[in-house]
Design a protein around this ligand. Structure first.
Ligand code: PLP
Length: 356
């Protein structure tokens, strides 16, 4: 049987394993921070109609620049943003890959702060960008002084910040982004995949965009919008950044069906985003309940919670799975991450935790 070792694979890909959160068929799936609520009937109908309207024209390529969708997303974001400030792709993963293609690459470096979103280093490797694993404080916090020191030390072409941070769940203090912008020699990417779940008073990096052409804020419809299967991520930045990613994107990367479905979803955002408050309630319930049982739990501004299991997290992960509850082992010794879903899913998770 042919293996990877028999192929003339790039040297820097040898020995790597592909990204892969387990996709197991269990009753309670709380491991990939999806929105547990299905798409409401009226939105299903609207998306179905929008997609249907495109079918006869599938002989033609789609709008290469997805202008109408980008205008809709700019209107959703507000902050005075227009179509020229927004770019969209198949998930924020693809947006970040395009940023690395445009601003990273061989001979260039990207700096992130572990633990953060595990795809950032993988996207860097895939684009031939050297990844520098920066560090956080013992309690996962990231102070402006700490980040500035690491940016000065490594002189990266890109800095990746994640707020609210996956897997810890906590949003960055606002002064961290501005402090990094003051000293970073290259691009600063703030991954705000979970922005809609942030606790009140947590500012978005969108507020800092004016006057900062090297700042990029990435967002996704995979979480709050409950549109993970639709694959739609986007960025907001100076129009020059949008010009830059257009140099590397594949032509017609966003299918006509994706654009139509995403536009219908954005038009029905009130119905889709109605689940956010219910999810935040479950998140706060998980945090409070686990803390009341003496566990250490990270503050969460997201739709998930990182908690300490007080022992081998792999054994705890398996024990929860044996109770039909799939959570995420993010590789942090002693910690697990659980997605906040429906009240019934929280019940199942907390009951399973009780039996550990
Ligand atoms: C921090 C963060 N950024 C980006 C993504 C990817 O989102 P998308 O589905 O838009 O590619 C995820 C998904 O889990 C995430 O946690």
């Amino acid at each position: 049987m042919t293996t990877l070792d028999d192929l003339p694979l790039r040297d820097d890909l040898r020995g790597l394993t592909a990204y892969g959160a387990p996709q197991l068929d269990v009753p309670v799936r709380l491991n990939t921070n999806e929105n547990s609520y299905p798409v409401p009937d009226d939105v299903v109908e609207a998306i179905g109609k929008a997609v249907q309207d495109e079918l006869r024209d599938l002989n033609r390529y789609p709008d290469r620049d997805a202008v109408a969708l980008r205008a809709d997303l700019a209107a959703y974001l507000g902050h005075g943003l227009t179509v020229a400030n927004v770019w969209a792709a198949n998930g924020s993963n693809e947006v970040q890959q395009q940023l690395l293609q445009a601003f990273g690459g061989p001979g260039r470096t990207a700096l992130g702060f572990t633990p953060a979103y595990s795809m950032h280093p993988l996207l860097a490797v895939g684009t031939g960008t050297a990844w520098v694993d920066g560090h956080r404080g013992g309690d996962f916090t990231l102070t402006a002084a700490d980040v500035v020191a690491q940016v000065r030390q490594h002189d990266p072409d890109l800095v990746f910040l994640c707020s609210p941070n996956n897997p810890t769940g906590t949003a960055l203090p606002p002064d961290v982004v501005t402090a990094v912008l003051d000293v970073a020699p290259g691009m600063v990417v703030v991954d705000e995949a979970y922005a809609e779940f942030a606790r009140p008073g947590t500012p978005s990096a969108l507020t800092v965009l004016p006057g900062h052409p090297r700042l990029v804020v990435t967002r996704t419809m995979s979480k709050a919008f409950g549109f993970a299967g639709g694959r739609l991520g986007y960025l907001a930045a100076d129009p020059a950044v949008v010009d830059a990613v257009q140099l590397v994107r594949l032509p017609y990367h966003l299918s006509a069906l994706t654009q139509a479905a995403a536009r219908a979803a954005v038009a029905h955002r009130d119905g889709l985003l109605a689940t956010v408050e219910a999810i935040k309630e479950q998140r706060d319930r998980i945090v409070a309940t686990l803390r009341s049982r003496g566990l250490t739990v990270a503050d969460s501004d997201a739709n998930f919670v990182l908690f300490e299991v007080g022992g081998d997290q792999r054994a705890a992960w398996q024990a929860l799975l044996d109770h039909g509850v799939l959570v995420r082992d993010v590789g942090l010794p002693g910690w697990l991450r659980v997605t906040a879903g429906t009240p019934a899913e929280t019940d199942a998770f907390l009951t399973a935790m009780e039996s550990l």
